[in-house]
Design a protein around this ligand. Structure first.
Ligand SMILES: NC(=O)c1ccc[n+]([C@@H]2O[C@H](COP(=O)([O-])OP(=O)(O)OC[C@H]3O[C@@H](n4cnc5c(N)ncnc54)[C@H](OP(=O)(O)O)[C@@H]3O)[C@@H](O)[C@H]2O)c1
Length: 235
């Protein structure tokens, strides 16, 4: 999938990684970039088309798919991350909120846009996942569970969408310097660097991008003995 002449739809495009995706898509010659946001007035990047979208609202997702029938690349970027593990009184509520946004959000978007992509020749879906799909710990336990589920959904939809020639790419990545990690005292990647790796992989036809060294180490450690996920994530 090439970005030049693509029509791109990005969720959570008003800030953070989503904003970096929008900038880079324009720089690579996208024909049109729909910048979806819960509050479209918070989209300030020149050259994009702001779209109202809360990914937890099925009616808004359906309306966006109807309004944006020319999309060839869907980037499921919007996400939330609250710290915490599984054993506190608030863990179930937290899990439900994470699943609504990080799992059911991209699932709704995938269902709504799959026919649009098919109509436009197949196109691609890029799902923003995380190193926490594979390894977590008390800091990001519930968040990690949602990203593991989103990883499973990504792998399943890739197979289901093969017939209509839709490329489905999973982006796995460690800590990025955005609002989401504000206050985390860890080394962080620049959003621009992550987006370049992701879109290079997409343009090369990849199904998976591991955007940084720590993520590649964790991936390699999945089949090590002892497996990497038997320990908590460190940095
Ligand atoms: N930062 C990291 O270290 C890191 C690492 C791995 C993966 N990721 C993933 O990268 C993606 C982007 O995160 P980020 O780092 O850019 O975080 P961020 O700066 O906090 O931005 C999150 C974005 O998601 C949007 N969003 C949240 N809930 C939404 C909803 N219900 N409907 C529509 N939009 C919603 C936010 O919109 P509002 O402005 O309206 O809140 C915002 O645009 C997420 O999927 C995250 O899990 C991040």
């Amino acid at each position: 999938m090439k970005l030049s002449n693509a029509t791109v739809f990005i969720t959570g495009a008003n800030r953070g990684l989503g904003l970096a995706f929008a900038r880079e898509a324009l720089a690579r010659g996208a024909r049109k970039v729909y910048a979806a946001a819960r509050d479209p007035s918070s989209v300030s990047l020149p050259g994009v088309v702001p779209i109202q979208l809360d990914v937890t609202q099925s009616d808004e997702v359906a309306a966006a798919a109807r309004a944006c029938g020319d999309v060839t690349l869907l980037i499921n970027n919007a996400g939330i991350a609250h710290t915490g593990g599984f054993l506190s009184e608030t863990s179930l509520d937290s899990a439900q909120r994470h699943f609504e946004t990080n799992v059911f959000g991209p699932m709704r978007l995938t269902q709504a846009f799959a026919p649009v992509l098919a109509h436009n020749g197949g196109g691609a879906i890029l799902n923003v996942l995380s190193i926490a799909s594979w390894i977590n710990g008390p800091l990001l336990g519930v968040y990690g569970m949602s990203k593991s589920a989103a990883w499973a959904m990504t792998n399943g939809t890739r197979i289901e969408l093969q017939e209509q020639k839709t490329q489905v790419l999973a982006l796995h990545v460690g800590f990025i310097d955005t609002d989401l990690t504000r206050g985390f005292d860890v080394p962080k990647l620049a959003p621009e660097e992550v987006v370049r790796s992701a879109l290079d992989g997409l343009e090369a036809g990849a199904s998976e991008v591991l955007a940084d060294e720590r993520t590649r180490q964790v991936h390699a450690g999945l089949s090590a003995d002892p497996a990497v996920y038997l320990q908590a994530i460190s940095r």
